[in-house]
Design a protein around this ligand. Structure first.
Ligand SMILES: Nc1ncnc2c1ncn2[C@@H]1O[C@H](COP(=O)(O)OP(=O)(O)OP(=O)(O)O)[C@@H](O)[C@H]1O
Ligand SMILES: [Mg+2]
Length: 273
């Protein structure tokens, strides 16, 4: 479980706080998406989860461990895998399997166990066939999946993705999202996913919206995306399918208001045609 207790954070030398009174509980096994306009504090919040940043005021607890206590940091960082935006900044060695082994090697894990973890992690992200490949020759999406494998080899409980799909093409995005979704569904991985794409946020079971360093909306994607006007006031949009759904409802077509994806819309429309 991740717990933010009234967290405030201010970057050194800055006048305005980047986080203002964040209270947030993310239970084990949940999938949380975070959206918000540029500069709303999403990355700052995510860096608090593994103690890369420490609250100026308040507390962050990961599995009950306070990130402010130095002795907890190693354990917290093993539990929380972070994946960032730029695929080229995340791989540290030249060969894929060496890269995945890097984390557990640094933890002093035994070689036989490292082998098992590397094979297992590459298999989970669908990259086993590339174990011996040169990392720089991979596509952006493949690099991000190898970065996730590198995290998995540390056996984390939580995966935090900060706009991890932002620099990927459409296929790379789809593959990465599917990988993350499968890890959540099949392995019970807790996922915190920051995204600028509303279409991606519908995958989560909970969606929070940030603005000005605060959490301003919190609910299921169905709830949050039913509040289009508020989102618009925050400079955000609803997924295109939601707009089409609402236009159809407004024009008199009877559709359930939980529709968030194209396949759900197609399923609801087909019998009406
Ligand atoms: N290293 C830093 N030093 C000083 N101020 C920073 C630093 N990083 C971020 N900020 C400021 O903190 C606030 C929150 O930034 P943050 O990067 O968390 O936002 P974000 O929601 O992730 O934005 P984006 O969508 O652009 O990634 C912004 O006002 C930003 O200018
Ligand atoms: Mg950011």
């Amino acid at each position: 479980m991740i717990e933010f207790r009234n967290v405030h954070f201010q970057y050194e030398g800055e006048d305005a706080p980047a986080l203002q009174g964040i209270d947030l509980v993310v239970p084990d096994g949940s999938f949380l998406a975070i959206v918000g306009h540029n500069g709303s504090g999403k990355s700052t919040l995510s860096k608090h989860i593994n103690g890369l940043l420490l609250p100026t005021e308040g507390q962050v607890l990961v599995d009950g461990l306070d990130t402010k206590e130095e002795k907890n940091l190693l354990s917290i960082r093993q539990q929380v895998g972070m994946v960032f935006q730029n695929p080229d900044n995340q791989l540290v060695t030249t060969i894929v399997e060496e890269d995945v082994a890097f984390g557990p090697e640094n933890l002093g894990v035994a070689p036989k166990e490292i082998r098992r973890r590397v094979d297992d992690a590459l298999q989970k992200v669908g990259m086993s066939a590339y174990a011996g490949s040169a990392a720089h020759k991979l596509s952006g999406g493949q690099k991000q999946r190898v970065a996730i494998a590198g995290m998995l080899a540390m056996e984390p409980k939580i995966l935090v993705l900060d706009e991890a799909t932002a620099m990927l093409d459409s296929q790379g995005r789809q593959e990465l999202l599917q990988t993350v979704y499968d890890l959540h569904q099949r392995n019970g991985m807790t996922v915190v996913m920051i995204t600028q794409y509303m279409e991606e946020a519908v995958m989560a079971d909970r969606l929070v919206v940030m603005s000005g360093g605060k959490l301003v909306m919190d609910g299921t994607p169905v709830d949050v995306f039913s509040r289009g006007k508020e989102l618009c006031d925050l400079g955000l949009d609803v997924p295109e399918i939601v707009r089409i759904r609402d236009d159809l409802i407004e024009s008199g077509i009877c559709l359930p208001n939980f529709i968030l994806t194209d396949s759900q819309l197609a399923e609801a429309l087909c019998p009406l045609l």
